[in-house]
Design a protein around this ligand. Structure first.
Ligand code: C5P
Length: 310
């Protein structure tokens, strides 16, 4: 309406999910230092929230799971998202970001990427940018391989270095038990360990596992369990041998299957249904093989605004 005055938004809260790689096939090391991958990504209900409020410059504060281990300077991925968006919009970056963490830090579940995806969306609403999804995904890809998936969520096949996404068909809801470890693992460190384990031998081109896609289409948890796979798992186990005990304990606890999440050290265990997940979590807790346990389900949506107001 002409003359209409829209009140400036004072705070925007965005929630973005963590992910489990249902499959992660790692191909050759490229000239740019990244590995060619084919991955099936599944967004789960363990999510972070980012609150964006007007502020002088860009500042970050962090609360919750692993908050002490998260950098709050310019290298924080959420701060980098705010700078990147401000540059794109040719405006002053002026925002305070509060990160409320539940996704483990350096845990292999793309928590930093979720925060970056959430910050991108929160700042774009705070600054009334009205960005198309394509622009948001482009900016996300410039921030990190997993950030576009934090925007998109759901279930997707990722190619390239992991940033090129195609949504995948998935029926129903899958239930997970996540075993969180003490301390994190560095993603480049785990990729580097895989290169050492491979010792320069020829690596086949990574490909989408057909049995996994069929299990997702039919919503068959047992079949999905049989098809889970992660080429980074052996590298993560080499760097953190104690994870073997966690995976064994998950099998003993009756999980359909267990897999290291991304580059680890979080382990993800698939359950038949919600009740089974509760049962597996109780047994795993008694085994004492991880710092703490979380139940989650997926797929869930990507970054979305959960509160916004003057
Ligand atoms: O893209 P992102 O910043 O999350 O990647 C972090 C690091 O993980 C990269 O610098 C690289 O060492 C490694 N990586 C890789 N191949 C990929 C994705 C990440 O080697 N496909």
């Amino acid at each position: 309406m002409p003359g209409e005055v829209t009140e400036p938004v004072a705070a925007v809260t965005v929630r973005a999910p963590g992910k489990v790689n249902l499959a992660l096939a790692v191909g050759r090391l490229r000239a740019d230092g990244y590995h060619e991958v084919v991955s099936v990504l599944h967004a789960v209900s363990l999510s972070d929230e980012v609150v964006a409020e007007p502020g002088p410059g860009v500042s970050v504060s962090v609360a919750g799971e692993g908050a002490d281990a998260v950098p709050t300077g310019r290298d924080n991925l959420a701060a980098r998202a705010a700078y990147a968006l401000a540059r794109f919009l040719r405006r002053e970056p002026a925002v305070h970001l509060t990160l409320r963490k539940a996704i483990p830090v350096a845990g292999g579940m793309a928590g930093g990427s979720a925060d970056a995806a959430a910050a991108l969306l929160a700042c774009s609403v705070l600054w009334d940018a009205r960005l198309s999804r394509e622009h948001l995904l482009d900016l996300a890809a410039g921030l990190g391989s997993d950030v576009p998936f934090g925007v998109l969520g759901g279930t997707a096949v990722a190619t390239g270095r992991g940033e090129r996404l195609a949504p995948a068909l998935s029926r129903g809801t899958f239930h997970w038990v996540l075993a969180l470890a003490d301390g994190g693992l560095s993603t480049p460190g785990v990729y580097g360990q895989l290169d050492r384990l491979r010792g320069g031998s020829d690596v086949p081109a990574p490909r989408v596992p057909p049995a996994l896609m069929a299990a997702l289409r039919s919503g068959d948890a047992a079949a999905l369990g049989r098809a889970l796979g992660n080429d980074l798992q052996d590298a993560a186990l080499a760097l953190r041998p104690a994870l073997r005990l966690t995976l064994e304990a998950g099998a003993d606890a009756g999980a359909l299957a267990g897999v290291v999440a991304g580059s680890g050290p979080t382990c993800a265990f698939l359950a038949r249904d919600e009740r089974h997940a509760t049962d597996v979590a109780a047994r795993l807790s008694a085994a004492g093989v991880c710092r703490t346990l979380r139940r989650a389900y997926g797929p869930v949506s990507g970054a979305r605004v959960v509160a916004s107001g003057p």
